[in-house]
Design a protein around this ligand. Structure first.
Ligand SMILES: Nc1ncnc2c1ncn2[C@@H]1O[C@H](COP(=O)(O)OP(=O)(O)O)[C@@H](O)[C@H]1O
Ligand SMILES: [Mg+2]
Length: 379
């Protein structure tokens, strides 16, 4: 279908990888549906989504282990969709990194080069470079079982880097590590990425992991890409309910709006109201779905103190979770018959302000600029 030939556009945009209309079917089941992606050279790019959404399948098509049913995959502007893995300048690091237990670190890393019958001195030089990149230069003679889990994962990484790939594919490589080690490895991986300057494509179902490491993230859901953006763009400006709910936590309001020249108002009884700004495209939709992040909301004792123009809802405190730096509240909103999450910084608690308690009535207020308007399901 897509007969894209190498063109200068990809080169000039510094696009390392481009997916155009990529679809993968297994029998009747469509695992990946018409994905378009442009990944920049040197970028740390993540595919993020729940289990089964098609991340691994997408990665395997880039690696060449799976052939797309439709579409084109361009590496450095050349369509490789039908080339075998060894003809592509990419390497993959999996979660089960399977090092050879009887070989030391150096021999594990040099194994592939030796099989390719490269000259000994070249193997030695490249292995030593790769080990330096992952900061294991001093462990060259250790056996895998003499290393921690995190170090073993770095050996696996060196084994891929030694091939000097232009792209490194990583499929949940930290999935087997415990939380503390995983957090540490996330930062180490990010540093390694900065040092080597290779394009990384990283698969994870963990939103925090993706936010920590990535330059940009593609959020996937049921075989499609919902949104591509920087961590900040995805968090601050989600374009769909799925993204708003999957990246962090969001509170949702579906309602009917009345518009005047400058703003729209949602009235929710008892004087409670939510004000929305006219969207950039100038449209004034009759019904909307809004999302607002928990940390943008403040709790107040009465509605009267609220500045005009602020959004306001009345609620009853249901749960209070004191987390040290912050306190997490959930409040039932009678007019919406829905529970909202609110996150407050514990800045004042040490002086005279106390925490809210279960059963108390509170007003939730926030600035209208924190509302995000999402397409309603009918649209
Ligand atoms: N070889 C295969 N044959 C049939 N179905 C498959 C095959 N590989 C993956 N799938 C299905 O495709 C969907 C996406 O799988 P996968 O890409 O592994 O998801 P993820 O990595 O996001 O968890 C899943 O429903 C999975 O069961
Ligand atoms: Mg997977």
């Amino acid at each position: 279908m897509n007969d894209a030939t190498p063109s200068t556009i990809e080169q000039s945009e510094d696009c390392a990888i481009r997916l155009e209309g990529v679809t993968k079917r297994f029998g009747d089941f469509t695992a990946v549906e018409r994905i378009d992606l442009r990944i920049r050279r040197g970028e740390f790019f993540s595919l993020l989504g729940p289990s089964g959404c098609g991340k691994t399948t997408t990665l395997r098509m880039i690696a060449g282990f799976e052939e797309p049913s439709e579409g084109a995959i361009l590496l450095d502007g050349v369509d490789v969709a039908r080339l075998p893995p060894y003809r592509r300048n990419v390497n993959t690091v999996f979660q089960n990194y399977a090092l050879f237990p009887h070989l030391n670190v150096e021999k594990n890393v040099g194994f592939g080069l030796k099989r390719k019958k490269l000259p000994k001195h070249e193997i030695a030089a490249r292995v030593s470079d790769a080990l330096r990149m992952v900061e294991l230069g001093d462990r060259a003679t250790y056996k895998p079982d003499q290393l921690s889990g995190g170090m073993q994962q770095r050996v696996a990484l060196a084994r891929a880097l030694v091939n000097l790939p232009s792209v490194l594919l990583l499929d949940e490589p930290l999935g087997a590590l415990d939380l503390k080690l995983r957090r540490q490895m996330q930062l180490e991986l990010k540093h390694i990425h900065e040092n080597v300057g290779i394009t990384f494509i990283y698969v994870t179902h963990d939103q925090e992991e993706a936010l920590t490491m990535s330059d940009r993230i593609a959020v996937m859901n049921m075989g499609t890409v919902e949104q591509v953006g920087s961590p900040e763009e995805l968090y601050e400006s989600p374009k769909s309910r799925f993204v708003a709910g999957f990246i962090g936590t969001s509170n949702f309001i579906e309602s009917v709006v009345t518009w005047n020249a400058t703003e729209g108002t949602i009235s929710l009884g008892d004087g409670e109201r939510v004000i929305i700004e006219v969207p950039e495209d100038g449209s004034r939709p009759g019904s909307v779905e809004l999302s607002v992040r928990p940390e943008k909301i403040r709790l107040r004792e009465s509605g009267e103190e609220v500045q005009s123009g602020q959004c306001m809802l009345r609620g009853t405190v249901r749960d209070v979770v004191y987390l040290g730096m912050t306190t997490q509240y959930s409040l039932h909103i009678p007019s919406l018959d829905r529970v909202f999450n609110v996150l407050e910084q514990n800045v004042e608690i040490a002086s005279d302000q106390t925490l809210w308690v279960t059963g108390e009535e509170a007003y939730l207020t926030w600035h209208p600029s924190h509302n995000r308007m999402l397409p309603t399901s009918g649209a």
